[in-house]
Design a protein around this ligand. Structure first.
Ligand code: FAD
Length: 337
């Protein structure tokens, strides 16, 4: 019998890990994905999905952070250049990051070595948009309303099994799998449990405005990001807020700020408003742990969670790392009975 691996989590991180495991393990490996929420019920589904890491995005070392980002970009670029780009929801997008207040925030040292096109704005670009400082970039965007179904199809068509259920403890998986890969996003706060997990509440509009072709970030207060079908207008970054409801005050502020940047948005058709919690951890956790539950019950776990506001763009890279750690666990000699 082949090895048995379980992935916990059906968001972009869990599905990325599950499909990469299928590619890396022998064909007789059995891979099961367990989660209580899928597709439009996940945080991943509402993300704008732009490849633009915040400077606070951190792995355990700078070298690892940069490797995760480069691996992720290369992964999405490969999809972009394949016949699957449209069905996967991956596209190229160009746009601006402007500021009137703080010149340093428009320059992103993590992006510079990765993107082919990344430069300061010309004086004309700044005066047209009414800002003092700015950069222009061409980057990638992965729209999870397409990408999650694409990964799900990929996983199940290669024999992956999906179980829909909530876990109260990882102990429930002990004895059933050789290794568990824990990709449960904010769920890690209770499931691990990991008290450093903190929600950063984000509220956005999804609007139909097909004439919007570029993305815009203005300081960090307003952003406009055209996805595959809708444009995302944001947003809020409320640290430690557990509010899941749409706030009319946030709606008004987001709408006014975005219209100030792009007045043509007044003709946009509002499709929905959405609130999600970015699963923030000071350092994204990709590491091995041997969990002991008492009574001789143990479990080999590879964690892959805590991606904050950057989980779509960084999921392939952290998941490749997680797959390497799963293989290290599987390569260990089996304990003698
Ligand atoms: C407004 C907003 C905008 C964003 N924009 C971007 C962006 O432009 N670019 C970007 O890269 N990122 C963006 N993000 C961040 C991104 O959405 C997250 O980093 C990413 O979705 C995290 O993915 P995940 O798979 O870890 O978590 P999730 O998508 O939340 O998935 C977690 C999975 O774990 C399962 N789970 C959890 N606990 C349990 C349990 N106890 N038992 C069983 N299953 C469990 C859930 O059911 C779910 O399937 C944005 C987020 C927000 C809120």
């Amino acid at each position: 019998m082949g090895v048995r691996v379980c992935v916990v989590g059906g968001g972009v991180v869990g599905l990325s890990t599950a499909t990469l495991l299928q590619a890396a393990l022998p064909p007789d490996a059995s891979i099961t994905l367990v989660a209580d929420k899928f597709l439009s019920n996940t945080t991943s589904d509402g993300a704008a999905g732009i490849f633009r890491p915040g400077l606070q995005f951190q792995g355990p070392t700078q070298e690892i952070t940069r490797r995760w980002l480069q691996d992720s970009y290369d992964h999405y670029l490969k999809i972009l250049n394949s016949s699957e780009a449209a069905s996967a929801g991956v596209k190229k997008v160009s746009g601006y990051h402007f500021s009137n207040n703080y010149p340093k925030i428009v320059w992103n040292a993590l992006l510079k070595p990765i993107l082919e096109e990344y430069r300061g704005c010309t004086p004309e670009e700044l005066s047209t948009h009414g800002f003092k400082y700015g950069t222009f970039a061409t980057t990638l965007l992965t729209d999870c309303t397409h990408y999650l179904p694409y990964l799900t199809r990929k996983f199940t068509s290669r024999g992956g099994v999906i179980e829909e259920r909530r876990l109260d403890s990882l102990e429930e998986l002990a004895g059933k799998y050789d290794v568990v890969c824990n990709c449960c996003g904010f769920g890690a706060k209770d499931l691990v449990p990991d008290q450093t997990m903190t929600p950063i509440r984000g509220q956005v509009f999804k609007v139909r405005a097909p004439w919007v072709k570029n993305f815009y970030y203005c300081d960090y207060d307003a952003y406009i990001i055209p996805g595959m079908d809708y444009v995302t207008l944001g947003g809020t970054r409320q640290f430690d807020s557990y509010n899941t409801e749409v706030s009319k005050y946030d709606s008004q502020a987001i709408w006014e700020r975005c219209l100030q940047v792009l007045p043509s948005l007044k003709d946009a058709q509002i499709v929905r408003e959405w609130v999600g919690w970015r699963p923030y951890r000071p350092v994204v956790r990709v590491e091995k742990e041997r969990m002991n539950f008492g009574g001789g019950k143990t479990l080999k776990v590879v964690h892959n969670y805590g991606h904050g506001g950057y989980g779509v763009m960084s999921a392939p890279g952290t998941s490749m790392h997680a797959v390497t750690l799963v293989k290290q666990f599987l390569d260990e000699p089996k304990a003698k009975l």
